[in-house]
Design a protein around this ligand. Structure first.
Ligand SMILES: CC(C)C[C@H](N)C(=O)O
Length: 547
């Protein structure tokens, strides 16, 4: 049942032999040829000026959009060139070809700053090739994560394992769970991706009408999905018991762990998607158009040059002249001071606990604002019940979030081994991914080099855990207020708790002098910290049920 063919390649990342590369190439060529054959006889040239071309039939649309995607996103150069030539010849026949609609993979980051598939280093190239060979495409998430190839590798390996390798859940269930999780945050980007895969793996289209039409077993997961996404501290062993003891609709423990990992993976990936302003894929709805461009004639060669939709806006970063222009230096100065005082002043245990409680309460009150900008689209909200159950509903009431002490239940000592026992290898992969995100550094701060940024990265990680009530006894939460300013906290809070409300303005307002790659780096920290926090609550509830 599993996709053994591509999994082998992913098992031995780094040691891929030439054969598997050739095999991957051949598969892609075959795929392209199949598409070209499917085009069939090309309609006769339209009498209208060849410049605009006649609109293609709807079956052609799909193939042409796919070719456009391959011509831009395929990491194999000869495949890209081949697709460009194909599109060119189709256009020469007078058929209108699609052009990309957006400005690239992200709404927030100018396309020219995101690594172009044709211009990456050897390592990233090979990661992109693997991803492409496994999925038949390179999605916008991977392209944006490509700023951090080491992390991307770990991320893709884990995701591939969760979705395609041996595991307790059937393939269409896995994608349905992905849809459920992404829909909790109205993340249509991820929902669409998984709808496509769900159908591909033989999922019943009826289930897509809503959770109510899915099997009982999946319906029962709805409650866990909702609580995990918005208030994971409310999870109890009774929730777990209900799932495991539901007679013929019961979940096995192994299935439940698989589901929990998938849910937390996609909740946090929805955070990343909104946090980085990820655009729809080129070949998907909203990613391309067949309409001619309003001004000059669109030329097919632009597809290759990435000029499909030129971005004439200047990058607003780095040009800051206001007082905020020195934010990097101020931040570095604070880090230095904190480092120096750490040794002089030891706060008492009570004082440390108070600082944590204060930060936790304050984090509840950070307002994510700009509500009006996003109304959940109908087709997405039908995938889950109770769409009103979000973060703001209780944060505005000032609900108390109980404190979860890491000494009592930590990922390293408890969560990790529980996952490993019930879903071998995944514990290990998640652990590597968490460590990768936590330890990733280039020792830079905007244009400054050789800076130890561990204090700042730790403050970011711990702030997210703090919002979830998770406390590290040995951490002084006073540092957070020194290092994370208000606009940054608003961004973090929004991206983690109500990602669908993240706006370009929020993204632009924090850390104005930093690079886009550093903002993506922040997103990786936020995403992984969120995933680990949710997992900790779920796994603790499972452990409590078992003992
Ligand atoms: C998120 C950033 C502060 C990371 C920093 N550029 C580093 O390399 O550590």
């Amino acid at each position: 049942m599993q996709d053994q063919e591509s999994s082998g390649r992913w098992d031995s990342l780094g040691s891929r032999d030439a054969n598997s590369r050739i095999e991957a190439m051949e598969n892609i060529h075959l795929e392209v040829m199949r598409k070209v054959e499917a085009i069939g006889p090309i309609p006769a040239p339209a009498p209208s000026p060849p410049a605009s071309g006649s609109p293609p039939s709807s079956e052609l649309n799909h193939i042409l959009a796919h070719l456009l995607m391959l011509s831009k996103r395929c990491p194999f150069e000869d495949v890209r060139e081949r697709c460009i030539r194909l599109l060119q010849s189709v256009q020469d026949l007078g058929v209108r070809i699609p052009r990309p609609l957006g400005n690239g993979p992200s709404r927030f980051i100018p396309e020219k700053e995101i690594l172009q598939v044709s211009k990456v280093d050897a390592r990233t190239q090979s990661i992109f090739e693997d991803a492409f060979a496994a999925l038949g495409r390179l999605d916008n998430i991977s392209l944006v994560m490509g700023f951090h190839p080491q992390y991307l590798e770990s991320f893709l390996r884990t995701q591939h394992y969760l979705l395609q390798m041996d595991g307790p859940l059937s393939l269409h269930y896995r994608h349905y769970i992905g849809i459920m999780a992404a829909a909790r945050h109205q993340c249509s980007y991820l929902v669409n991706q998984h709808v496509e895969n769900f159908l591909h793996f033989g999922g019943d289209p009826k289930w897509l009408n809503g959770l109510g039409e899915a099997p009982q077993k999946l319906q029962q997961l709805g409650e866990l999905n909702k609580i995990l996404a918005h208030r994971p501290w409310l999870l109890t062993k009774e929730h777990i018991e209900r799932l495991l003891k539901a007679e013929e609709h019961s979940w096995s423990l192994a299935e439940l762990i698989h589901a929990v990992v998938l849910l937390t993976h996609y909740h946090s990936l929805a955070s990343f998607t909104f946090g980085c302003g990820i655009m729809p894929e080129i070949h998907c709805e909203g990613g391309h158009t067949f309409r001619p461009p309003s001004l000059s004639q669109y030329c097919v060669c632009d597809i290759a040059n990435g000029n499909g939709h030129a971005n004439h806006h200047d990058d607003p970063f780095g040009n800051e002249v206001s007082g905020k222009g020195r934010c990097v230096e101020v931040l570095m100065e604070r880090m230095k001071q904190l480092q120096e005082c750490r040794d002089d002043e030891e706060a008492s245990q009570e004082e440390m606990a108070t600082r944590f409680e204060r930060e936790k309460t304050e984090s509840m009150l950070v307002v994510t604002a700009e509500d009006e900008e996003c109304v959940p689209p109908r087709d997405i909200s039908r995938h889950f019940e109770d769409p009103s159950y979000g973060y703001k509903d209780f944060s505005r009431r000032g609900e108390h979030v109980p404190t979860f002490r890491v000494q009592d239940y930590s990922w390293e000592d408890h969560g990790f081994s529980l996952v490993n026992r019930l879903y071998p290898d995944v514990g290990q992969m998640l652990d590597e991914k968490f460590q990768m995100a936590y330890n990733l550094t280039y020792n830079t701060m905007a244009t400054h080099k050789d800076v130890d940024t561990s204090m700042l990265r730790r403050a970011i990680w711990n702030y997210i855990h703090c919002m979830f009530g998770i406390r590290y006894d040995d951490y002084d939460y006073g540092e957070i207020n020194q290092l994370l300013d208000r606009s940054f906290k608003i961004y973090i809070k929004t991206m983690v708790c109500s990602p669908e409300k993240t706006t370009k303005r929020m993204y632009e307002s924090f850390w104005r002098q930093f690079q886009h790659s550093e903002k993506v780096h922040v997103n990786l920290l936020l995403m992984e910290a969120r995933m680990q926090a949710e997992l900790l609550y779920a796994l603790r509830a499972i452990t409590r049920y078992m003992t």
